[in-house]
Design a protein around this ligand. Structure first.
Ligand code: GUN
Ligand code: FE
Length: 423
């Protein structure tokens, strides 16, 4: 058992921080045993790792990101969703037919997740088997947790990104055979891109794969007004966009996470709540693609689980720490329009990024007993020039800090070294 000593901050509940000044987290076999101000709490331990006056917080979780859009980060943000996909995103994703190209980009992507302290990621890859397998291997070699989706799509994109249902199922099954260890850090997730990209046959096949192999599901839901109108035309029998997924077994039949949900309300929200579908809230993407503002307070009041996602390259910022700031700011704009929807507090945003998001991976995102020890050590000494309180120090790091303040990263109890990139 190892004791980590530092100023410990986490969120058991969304409305307040648990703070242990000069405290200890005891970790055994990758899991938290407990927290205390007194190392004598535990009879026996092997070692104390003393991080002094630094902050020790749970690591970040990115609940929605497109790995193959990394080259497009922070460019091409002059269109709304559908023309943006056609003009910028699909042509870039087609390049991942080349494993050499994929390796160059994916190594950089995994490296930069590490850099910003994201230890668990729910990622879209592309339709390509070899490149997707490579991405899974890179996460695995790095020791970082990931649910990686080989993307399934067979209509309304470009020929290079279309494949038959039979091909899609075969590729998924190849990856599942290699990676479906329920305790594995890296696992497959069934990933129909979104309803407009998938024929009914493809959606049905995805639902069947998820059920047969008990795998989680990710997709996009109610992001943009034109997209929603299109789904209504494509799926006239469905009561709403969420119901369209539900009819194919893709809405909570196995653990499901849906990105955006900007326009989710009424029956769709009821179904989401009933089926325990998680929302991946991607505030920068919703700003850049002028999609709108997701009703996060409504989701929280309904008990719908929410995590934060960078959604590169709809979103431009890979840092989930910074995503907390955007989520708070967007919630304030929402509140300015509707004063009944209280904006997010700092502890709520922190909880969304850590414990709430982490629940999708099991017991991740907190320092309560039994949680996997995923943690960041923060040296904020240059921001702490006048004896700020620990809560103020955390807030200043979240608003003002960057990757240079993160001096150690842990995933499942293991310190994660810097992953290698290609020149
Ligand atoms: N909907 C379908 N595909 C995508 C994508 O790549 N990014 C975003 N933001 N929305 C999508
Ligand atoms: Fe997305």
């Amino acid at each position: 058992m190892i004791l980590y000593k530092a100023n410990i901050i986490f969120t058991r509940e969304k409305d307040s921080f648990d703070i242990i000044e000069n405290g200890y987290v005891a970790v055994d076999n990758g899991r938290v045993v407990g927290v205390s101000t007194d190392p004598g709490t535990w009879d026996r331990y092997d070692e104390i790792i003393d991080y002094g006056d630094r902050l020790l917080i749970p690591a970040m979780n990115d609940m929605h990101v497109h790995a193959p859009q990394y080259r497009n980060q922070a460019i091409a943000m002059d269109l709304e969703l559908l023309p943006w996909l056609n003009n910028y995103t699909f042509p870039e994703e087609a390049k991942y037919a080349s494993v050499e190209y994929a390796e160059r980009m994916y190594r950089r992507f995994v490296h930069d997740l590490w850099r910003f302290g994201t230890m668990r990621t729910v990622a879209f890859a592309t339709i390509h088997l070899e490149s997707t397998r490579l991405l899974m291997n890179l996460f695995s070699e790095a020791g970082m947790g990931a649910l990686v989706g080989k993307v399934d799509m067979d209509r309304n994109a470009i020929d290079a990104l279309h494949e038959s249902v039979i091909q899609a199922v075969a590729k998924n099954e190849a990856l599942i055979a290699e990676w479906n260890d329920p305790n594995g850090l890296v696992r497959p997730i069934i990933t129909p891109r979104f309803i407009p990209s998938c024929s009914p046959q493809m959606l049905r096949a995805c639902g069947e794969l998820a059920w047969r192999y008990r795998l989680p599901v990710q997709s996009h839901l109610s992001e943009n007004a034109s997209e929603i109108a299109w789904v209504r035309e494509l799926e006239p029998e469905s009561k709403n966009y969420g119901d369209a997924y539900d009819r194919y077994g893709l809405f909570g039949q196995t653990p499901t996470i849906m990105a955006h949900c900007v326009y989710t309300a009424g029956d769709e929200l009821e179904l989401m709540s009933h089926r325990n579908v998680m929302v991946a809230h991607c505030p920068t993407s919703n700003l850049n693609l002028s999609s709108g503002m997701a009703p996060i307070r409504t989701f929280l009041d309904k008990g719908v689980k929410v995590g934060l996602g960078s959604d590169i390259s709809g979103g431009h910022d890979l840092s989930i720490l910074r995503m907390m700031v955007y989520a708070i700011q967007v919630s304030k704009m929402y509140y300015s329009r509707d004063k009944s929807k209280r904006f997010l507090s700092l502890s709520e945003a922190f909880w969304l990024a850590t414990k709430s998001a982490g629940s999708f991976f099991g017991r991740v995102g907190s320092f309560e007993p039994g949680y996997e020890f995923d943690a960041l050590v923060i040296d904020d000494s240059d921001l702490n020039h006048d004896n700020y309180s620990l809560t103020n120090r955390l807030e200043r790091f979240i608003y003002l800090g960057d990757d240079r303040h993160i001096v150690a990263r842990y995933c499942r109890g293991r310190e994660i070294p810097e992953p290698r990139v290609l020149d």
